[in-house]
Design a binder for this molecule. Structure first.
Ligand SMILES: Nc1ncnc2c1ncn2[C@@H]1O[C@H](COP(=O)(O)OP(=O)(O)OP(=O)(O)O)[C@@H](O)[C@H]1O
Ligand SMILES: [Mg+2]
Length: 352
């Protein structure tokens, strides 16, 4: 591992990247502690890939500055390149080669001798559950296998900092879990991971800190708990026996809890978001009082829960729109390679 003076794997100040009129990254400040998973959460077109590419020295910033383990990403780009590895949003392995051939070839390009390349490839294929598929061409891999071979390729040399750009977009739940396990194992070995995602639960599962980005700007940053606390004290979910009682119940909740109440699509359920002012304690007290008032008003509650706000609710509260609103939607099963506004522009890419 490299010298870490600040304990930060990444530090950026006012990072900017423009493409013509588009300010893809519009003054991003990040501080990523070494040895952790850091989540960058944002919808389509938020500027996640552009940020990652700058930090991985594949794109040159137009403004601001950034350091990776204390090294300037522009002036010390070669040093930075030696410390980082990137698993891009779109597959980087050769479709016509087998899994094993891909890893051996890439290991050779990284300077491993033939026997070393072979054994490292075999080791990674084993670790990623791809031994049986080692001799298959990658074009015959499933989406989940492809993501795993991609991540394996970026771990041929153990990097100090690994960028994972939407590692699970388009994967089924089982494959997502496999990738999550891989990420946990990588961090356990001391690698810092910067993970971009459109999935709130993914950031919730893996990241210790999260930056929420929207339209090229960081709109919120902190631990999961901090982010949730900045949005509200919690959420009350109610299931009523009688749908006709819902308007009355909503009214009571609004008055008693100072809550924003939304009628759910299901006619017997209600969701109430508690205001920021209430601490977790008073939220519970208020909710208990609300329950007894509902009972006193003759409203039968079949089911009740009080939870912390979900990251989805966090995003809605921070941006005023939901996570699907600024793009074509996420994870619709179209797999890697889909995404209309991401055609790479070779002129802007810096040769690796
Ligand atoms: N090479 C490019 N040329 C022109 N515009 C670009 C280029 N790369 C990105 N953009 C634009 O910059 C903005 C940010 O794009 P970016 O790919 O960084 O978003 P993202 O957060 O990674 O989105 P997604 O979740 O869809 O991958 C978008 O408006 C995109 O259209
Ligand atoms: Mg992207």
């Amino acid at each position: 591992m490299s010298m870490q003076t600040s304990g930060l794997a990444i530090e950026t100040a006012g990072l900017v990247k423009t493409f013509g009129e588009t300010r893809a990254v519009d003054g991003v400040d990040l501080a990523v502690p070494a040895g952790t998973v850091y989540g960058v959460l944002g919808p389509n077109g938020a500027g996640k890939t552009t940020t990652v590419k700058m930090l991985a020295t594949l794109l040159r910033p137009d403004g601001g500055d950034a350091h990776v383990f204390g090294h300037d990403i522009v002036r010390e780009a070669d040093t930075v390149r030696g410390l980082v590895s990137l698993t891009g949003q779109y597959a980087s392995v050769d479709e016509d080669l087998t899994g094993a051939e891909n890893l051996i070839l890439l290991a050779r390009l990284l300077g491993h001798r033939k026997p070393g390349a072979r054994s490292r490839a075999a080791q990674l294929l084993e670790a990623f559950g791809l031994t049986d598929a080692a001799a298959k061409q990658v074009k015959h891999y499933s989406g989940g296998m492809r993501r795993r071979i991609d991540i394996a390729a970026s771990l041929l040399n153990t990097p100090d900092l690994l960028f994972l750009d939407e590692p699970t977009t388009g994967l089924d739940p089982r494959s997502r879990n496999q990738v999550w396990d891989i990420v946990r194992a990588v961090v356990a070995q001391g690698t810092t991971v910067l993970l971009t995602t459109q999935y709130l639960d993914e950031a919730d599962q893996l990241a210790s800190r999260i930056a929420v980005i929207d339209r090229g700007r960081v709109i919120a940053e902190g631990t999961k708990g901090e982010l949730k606390a900045s949005v509200g004290a919690g959420t009350v979910h109610l299931r009523l026996r009688d749908p006709d009682q819902r308007p009355l119940a909503a009214d009571l909740l609004r008055r008693l809890l100072d809550a924003q109440v939304q009628p759910d699509p299901d006619p017997v359920t209600l969701t109430a978001r508690l205001g920021t002012a209430a601490s977790q304690d008073t939220a519970a007290e208020q909710a208990a009082r609300a329950l007894s008032e509902l009972a006193a008003a003759g409203i039968t509650v079949d089911n009740f829960s009080l939870g912390q706000p979900s990251l989805d609710e966090v995003f809605l509260a921070l941006t005023g729109h939901d996570t699907q609103a600024s793009g074509s939607g996420s994870g619709s099963g179209t797999g890697p390679g889909a995404g209309a506004d991401n055609s790479p522009n070779p002129k802007d890419e810096v040769a690796a």
